[in-house]
Design a protein around this ligand. Structure first.
Ligand code: HAM
Length: 426
């Protein structure tokens, strides 16, 4: 029997690795321009970290975490997200004092035991960013602006940033009650999941995709209409700042996010071409999170993008493998040592070099060189070894320059010589 990969865990092929790298590099560049520094966080955490922050009633904690009991009896979880870990790390390192307004980003795999489908995996990667110690609306606006700039830099087609406010401890409890009462009155139309969410987490009724639930929730009260004065002011200012700075957002009063730590601002980015899993990223404010971990009362706002979904949404512009600059072709076994030495010098000078095998015929070597897209081939046979000079085949103009390139020349000299011989050079 062939051993298959675990369901929802994928092997990522070379082409996709390149596309992921391009997306990551573009995102990191933008994040660093905004003053964020990267932290690396562990994949394993104590399960309590997520219970206390993401929330006991969230789908993630209730049914999607990979947990196991360690030998010392503690229960560990493969991280399902990065915000809780980042805040834990920030507190543990005493950064609440040393960097009271810290800006951090992180990337890497996350694990959720969801039902796999297009754009949804059990191991997926995120790139996330957190801004700590800022409770002012300008921080929320900056986070949303940063999200839009990352979408642009990555080249997402047709994306949209949706914005909502989820209120805070002053106004959300009353709203939750009102929403639960609305659902209770329509309980017969609700799906199994929504019925069980009614008391535990009624906000999730608003983003259920089941048609009968959507209909039942038509006309339900919305959080944005029930905000207390402070939340109202905060939300108003975030919207104002975004409008004034020219960042387009769409109000979505039904967007509630699936993690419990949010307060006030919440946002989600959706993109075309993703099917039903169309959220490429999401985030919001989480002012109570640090305190729930036993730390000081530190405000925070941040977001995370799903790398797989970003790659899917940016499809059509995948980078190919970096082009080969030079092929070095040893025509004799005897030429191999010299050829390897020459290739090494050229590679160390930054050129992408492919070394052919003397076990292939000249014709086969040239066919492969042609396919590689290299501008030139350096051929080394008996005569070239004798003369100490490689023959240069110009693949662009289809011309040979017999015994032109010094076999023991330094890389710069060789590259210059190739450049002069080949128009549009190596
Ligand atoms: P989240 O919305 O749960 O937020 O996840 C962020 C993104 O991760 C999603 O928009 C999606 O692109 C991707 N993602 C989530 N689950 C999967 C999956 N099973 N397969 C593939 N991609 C997935 C958070 O994780 C928060 N920590 C974001 C945040 C940071 N909020 C504040 N700071």
């Amino acid at each position: 029997m062939k051993l298959a990969a675990v369901k929802g865990f994928r092997d990522i092929q070379a082409g996709e690795v390149l596309a992921r790298r391009a997306v990551l590099e573009a995102s990191c560049k933008v994040l660093e321009n905004y003053g964020f520094e990267e932290l690396e966080l562990p994949l394993l955490e104590r399960v309590e970290l997520f219970q206390r922050t993401v929330g006991d009633t969230s789908d993630i904690v209730e049914k999607e975490m990979y947990t196991f009991e360690d030998r010392d009896g503690s229960t560990l979880a493969l991280r399902p997200e990065g915000t809780a870990s980042l805040v834990r790390a920030y507190l543990a390192a005493g950064m609440a004092r040393s960097q009271p307004e810290g800006r951090f980003y992180y990337r890497g795999p996350m694990f959720r035991r969801e039902r796999p489908q297009k754009g949804r995996f059990r191991q997926f990667s995120q790139i996330g960013a957190e801004m700590l110690g800022r409770s002012d609306p300008a921080a929320d606006a900056e986070a949303v602006t940063l999200v839009a700039d990352i979408c642009e830099a990555v080249g997402l087609r047709e994306y949209s940033v949706e914005l909502n406010s989820l209120g805070d401890d002053a106004c959300r409890p009353a709203y939750r009650k009102a929403l639960a009462a609305w659902g209770e009155a329509r309980i017969d139309s609700l799906c199994e999941d929504c019925r069980s969410r009614l008391q535990r987490n009624p906000l999730r009724l608003l983003d259920c995709k089941v048609e009968s639930c959507r209909e039942a929730m038509q006309g339900a009260p919305m959080m944005v209409d029930s905000l207390c004065d402070d939340c109202e002011r905060h939300h108003g200012r975030v919207k104002e700042l975004l409008t004034e700075s020219g960042v387009e957002v769409t109000a979505n009063p039904r967007m509630v996010r699936g993690l419990d730590y949010y307060c006030r601002t919440a946002f989600e980015v959706t993109a075309a071409g993703l099917g039903s899993q169309d959220a490429v990223g999401g985030g919001g404010r989480y002012d109570g999170l640090a305190a729930s971990l036993g730390g000081p009362d530190i405000a925070g706002v941040g977001f995370a993008f799903g790398l797989e979904r970003m790659v899917l949404a940016a499809a059509g512009q995948e980078p190919g493998a970096p082009p080969v600059d030079i092929v070095v072709a040893p025509l004799e076994e005897r030429a191999l040592g010299v050829v390897l030495g020459l290739a090494r010098r050229l590679r160390r000078a930054g050129k992408r070099v492919e070394v052919e095998s003397p076990s292939r015929s000249l014709k086969a070597q040239m066919k492969r060189a042609d396919r590689s897209g290299a501008a030139c081939v350096l051929l080394v046979g008996e005569a070239e070894l004798e003369a100490g000079k490689a023959t240069l085949r110009d693949m662009v103009n289809k011309a040979d320059h017999a015994q032109l390139i010094e076999l023991d020349g330094d890389a710069e000299q060789v590259i210059k010589c190739i450049g002069e011989a080949v128009k549009g050079g190596a």
